[in-house]
Write a protein that binds this ligand. Structure first.
Ligand code: ZN
Length: 542
């Protein structure tokens, strides 16, 4: 039997007074200031986990009562309604399934009915155990029972409950896991899109299921495409599940690389390591070397240069026409500008184009900080104009009306050395910038730090990657201005930065760790894999 006194030391309940000399240090400080919701020191729950819950398979009813009560007494954000889910959250490790079940049994035996959040948490613990070892038949039957109970209670479940049930069902060996698919659809109704965790759990399952059918693979890929289009990045486990299926490997590997290319996805180091292991396991199918890039994007392993990022004439035309058409027909591009202003701008461009570089004046002015004097702001714009004029470039500067009030001298320099178009103070600048750049032709560059995310997104899934490549090839931006006033300009990177093939060899960039929200900026990844799928890989289609 666990010593209740020790338990009280870990989690003091309001009713138990501790003599000061016996009080643990964290408790002493807590005595003075009760933790506020949102500013809770997480280490106390951690201590409960490591000192008690990780060491035991079960607790007595008295001990659970004590834990429950002390959590409610100690934390303001923990109350009678959420305490059970909190406790199961602390028992979430793969080894803690017996303890988590023991707690739910305790609740039932004391006459209370575990709520949906609590049972959902329990399903996550089953899922954690499933990833560590095969679940027994009884355990799988328990999962099914919990899922049925939860679903029977409500016709429509909230997104969190759906996610929990999905995690429970994918732990089934039988085809019952497929019953999770309608829940994914339900999430689309109750929220804008299913979560990364829900998508990933199902895709991982579809890749790893025993007696896999073609339709399982098709499902996995359909889910991955859906995710990627919603810019939700699959978790590493999905790729690892795919890479563990040696029977399916050749054809699936190729699909994976094409997927990474299509959506410009960087895998994590963990996945990259698996690629390397795989190459040792099946050297007749795959060759993999870690590499980095030398100057001008040369692979240090195979000595080939990565593919230029430039798009072809036809792709450029498609991109330009689509953008201009949206301007002309759908008119949703120039939000917050008046039709008269847009018309005036178009006439101006017809009269003064083509340009070699289009500069977003306001973006440049503020790119080294917003707390500058108008004089400094104007000077910075003038310096950027000079940078291009010194290279004999024809420049268009876009700005706002209020820039006229800035330094007369600097603005005079801008006006005499570039075309200058000022919009009303309310307009957004990037539609003007993109219009003038695309209208000018395939060689024209632009200067701005804006990542143009929404413009890329609105062009749709087919043109978005083309837009991104065009953007990467043509976007200049200001890195900084030195003390002496010299500017450091970031030039476009001319080779591709995502997975692609050169002369039959795949080059696959990877990052240190998985992130749900990767940056859209164009940075050269430091780490790459140089991969060769061997000849028979392609013949071996499934
Ligand atoms: Zn290489």
């Amino acid at each position: 039997m666990y010593n209740l006194r020790l338990l009280r030391q870990i989690l003091p309940s309001a009713g138990h007074a501790h003599p000061a000399h016996l009080r643990p240090r964290w408790l002493a400080s807590q005595h003075k200031r009760r933790p506020q919701p949102g500013s809770l020191p997480p280490d106390r729950l951690e201590q409960l986990r490591s000192d008690l819950l990780e060491r035991r398979q079960e607790l007595s009813g008295e001990e659970w009562t004590e834990v429950r009560q002390s959590l409610v007494d100690t934390y303001k954000h923990i109350n009678g309604r959420n305490v059970d889910a909190v406790i199961l959250g602390v028992c979430s490790g793969p080894q803690q399934l017996p303890l988590a079940k023991n707690y739910v049994e305790f609740l039932r035996s004391s006459g209370s009915r575990p709520n949906a959040a609590t049972l959902g948490r329990l399903l996550r613990v089953y899922n954690a155990a499933y990833h560590a070892r095969p679940l027994s038949r009884e355990e799988q039957a328990e999962i099914l029972l919990i899922c049925r109970d939860l679903q029977a209670e409500h016709e429509t479940l909230d997104a969190t409950s759906c996610e929990h049930i999905i995690h429970g069902l994918v732990a089934m060996d039988s085809s019952d896991w497929r019953r999770a698919l309608p829940l994914l659809e339900m999430m689309k109704v109750t929220t804008s899109a299913p979560s990364v965790a829900a998508y990933s759990a199902l895709a991982e399952k579809a890749f790893s299921v025993e007696q896999q059918e073609q339709e399982d693979l098709e499902l996995a890929w359909r889910l991955l495409e859906e995710m990627a289009l919603a810019r939700k990045l699959p978790k590493c486990e999905v790729y690892l599940a795919l890479l563990s299926r040696l029977d399916r490997l050749p054809a699936q590997l190729k699909l994976l690389l094409e997927f990474l290319e299509r959506h410009e996805i960087l895998v994590s180091q963990r996945v990259a390591e698996r690629f390397k292991e795989l190459a040792q396991q099946v050297p007749h199918l795959l060759e993999a070397r870690a590499t980095s890039l030398g100057p001008l994007g040369r692979c240090q392993a195979c000595q080939q240069h990565l593919q230029p990022v430039a798009i072809g004439d036809e792709q450029f035309r498609a991109l330009r026409d689509c953008f201009l058409e949206r301007v002309l027909i759908r008119r949703d591009v120039f939000q917050r500008s008046t039709p008269a202003e847009v018309a005036r701008f178009k006439q101006y461009v017809e009269r003064t184009a083509p340009y070699d570089c289009v500069i977003d004046g306001l973006n440049v002015a503020y790119s080294t900080g917003t707390k500058k004097s108008p004089q400094q702001l104007a000077k910075l714009v003038a310096t950027v104009v000079r940078h291009f004029r010194d290279r004999d470039k024809r420049v268009l500067v876009l700005g706002r009306e209020h820039m006229r009030q800035w330094s007369k001298q600097a603005m005079h320099y801008v006006q005499s050395n570039a075309s200058l178009f000022l919009t009303s103070n309310l307009s957004h600048d990037d539609p003007f910038l993109l219009y003038a750049t695309l209208r000018s032709g395939q060689e024209t560059d632009f200067f701005s730090r804006d990542l143009m995310r929404s413009h890329a997104f609105h062009l749709g899934p087919e043109l978005k990657p083309i837009f991104r490549r065009w953007q990467q090839e043509h976007q200049f931006s200001l890195v900084t201005q030195t003390q002496t006033g010299r500017i450091i300009v970031k030039e476009p990177i001319r080779h591709r930065l995502s997975a692609h093939q050169v002369g039959g060899t795949w080059h696959v960039p990877y990052c240190e760790a998985y992130t749900q929200h990767p940056t859209d900026s164009f940075e050269v990844p430091a780490n790459w894999l140089c991969l060769r799928l061997k000849e028979n890989t392609l013949r071996d289609k499934q």
